[in-house]
Design a protein around this ligand. Structure first.
Ligand code: PLP
Length: 396
């Protein structure tokens, strides 16, 4: 099919929940995508921070083919070897002791919210409030949009579930003041993604951990976007010397195959009991086998180290932009999760980059986001910067 036909068919039959760009990728390889007409694009969106190993990674393809030919799904009525092995790898490489598997980031956060509420009911208490940050993003289910500290995701879907309180990010005093006798948990992204690429301040997260310990609250880190090597460490919390009680993951875990996970540390691991939570597809043999292949690459393939090294180079090059372009306001981020805030709308920049063969996206209206595959080379970063600078120069 040609791009025009794909677009027409989609517009006719797909609910219009997305404002899409007129671009139809049909094939990918590493950091490159090809559209229906065979044109090549350098992919610095990576399926929204999903394709950590790039497109069509041979180890992922092999895992899918082998497992699909062996056993795809059986339900959680039974014991599943790839699920058990994946949980073991996640636990052995994190601060967690047990894992719950699901299919997306929002589902992982739903599980965390339910766990926190059940935790709040322990010892006959009635605690159910979860404090989250303004500008946060936690997904699109009803509880996840309520946890999300941005009204634009909530409007029109009221009444929202009760029990969420919002505080400004990186403001420890405001957080301390928001804790009430009903608070059971604090939920944060160590690096806010959709809210504009804002890394937490180390003192902030350390202070939040202290507060949680003092008040007996669960600390939940949503690492759906910033986890699994994106920041140049396997988990973003490892930059901060702070361990959460609950950690949520999705996006890169399956490199594009849908899988999410909620990891629970010692204080949280025994809260949910048989019957408390479930997912038909969650942790099925195929999804887990794929995630095992992804983690093997992340842990042993030098991928995370590459993200740290190339991310530092990319950041340092981007930091030169504010001095050269008056409308570039600030460069932020960690590892290969980088944002460039403009004083003007970002969408024309995104579109002009795409016309020149570079895919980036915009968070909010003014922030360009760069989340390339973690296997990206320095040469690809140079190529992306060349295109970006051509576009920025044309706007000056
Ligand atoms: N949490 C964070 C930090 C995210 O960035 C996202 C998606 O962008 C989600 C949760 C929701 O994940 P999903 O779209 O897989 O439900």
């Amino acid at each position: 099919m040609h791009s025009a036909e794909i677009i027409a068919l989609s517009d006719q039959y797909i609910l219009p929940t997305y404002g899409r760009l007129p671009f139809c990728p049909v094939r990918g390889e590493g950091a490159l995508l090809y559209d229906a007409e065979g044109r090549e694009y350098l992919d610095f969106v990576a399926g929204l921070a999903v394709n950590a190993l790039g497109h069509a990674h041979p180890a992922v393809t092999r895992a899918i083919c082998e497992q699909a030919g062996q056993l795809m799904h059986v339900s959680n009525l039974y014991y599943i070897e790839p699920q058990a092995r994946l949980a073991q790898v996640l636990v052995q490489n994190s601060c967690a002791s047990k894992v719950f598997f699901c299919n997306s980031g929002a589902e992982a956060n739903e599980a965390a919210i339910k766990l926190a509420r059940k935790f709040g009911k322990q010892e006959g208490r009635h605690r159910y409030e979860i404090i989250t940050a303004r500008q946060s993003f936690h997904g699109r289910t009803l509880a996840a949009i309520t946890a999300t500290g941005q009204p634009k995701y909530q409007q029109g879907f009221e009444p929202l579930p009760e029990g969420f309180t919002y505080v400004p990010f990186n403001d420890l005093e405001a957080l301390a003041a928001a804790i009430s006798p009903r608070t059971c948990a604090i939920m944060l992204e160590p690096v806010q993604g959709e809210g504009g690429v804002y890394p937490a301040d180390p003192h902030y997260l350390q202070g939040v951990r202290r507060l949680c310990d003092e008040k007996g609250l669960l600390l939940i880190f949503d690492e759906v976007q910033c986890g699994l090597g994106r920041t140049g460490r396997l988990f973003a919390y490892q930059h901060y010397g702070v361990e959460p009680d609950v950690l949520t993951l999705a996006k890169a875990l399956g490199n594009g195959f849908p899988i999410g996970a909620m990891l629970a540390g010692p204080r949280a691991a025994n809260v949910l009991q048989p019957g408390d939570h479930a997912s038909t597809f969650g942790g099925n043999p195929l999804a887990c086998r794929v995630a095992l292949a992804v983690l093997e690459q992340l842990l042993d393939g030098g991928v995370v180290e590459n993200a740290a090294r190339v991310g530092a180079y990319f950041f340092q090059r981007l930091q030169q932009l504010p001095a050269r372009y008056s409308f570039v306001r600030q460069v932020r981020g960690l590892g290969l999760m980088l944002g460039v805030e403009l004083t003007r709308e970002g969408r024309p920049v995104v579109e002009a980059c795409r016309e020149r063969g570079l895919l980036i996206n915009c968070v909010g209206t003014h922030i360009l986001r760069f989340v390339p595959p973690l296997i990206i080379s320095q040469a690809d970063v140079d190529r992306a910067l060349e295109i970006l600078e051509q576009v920025l120069s044309s706007l000056s």
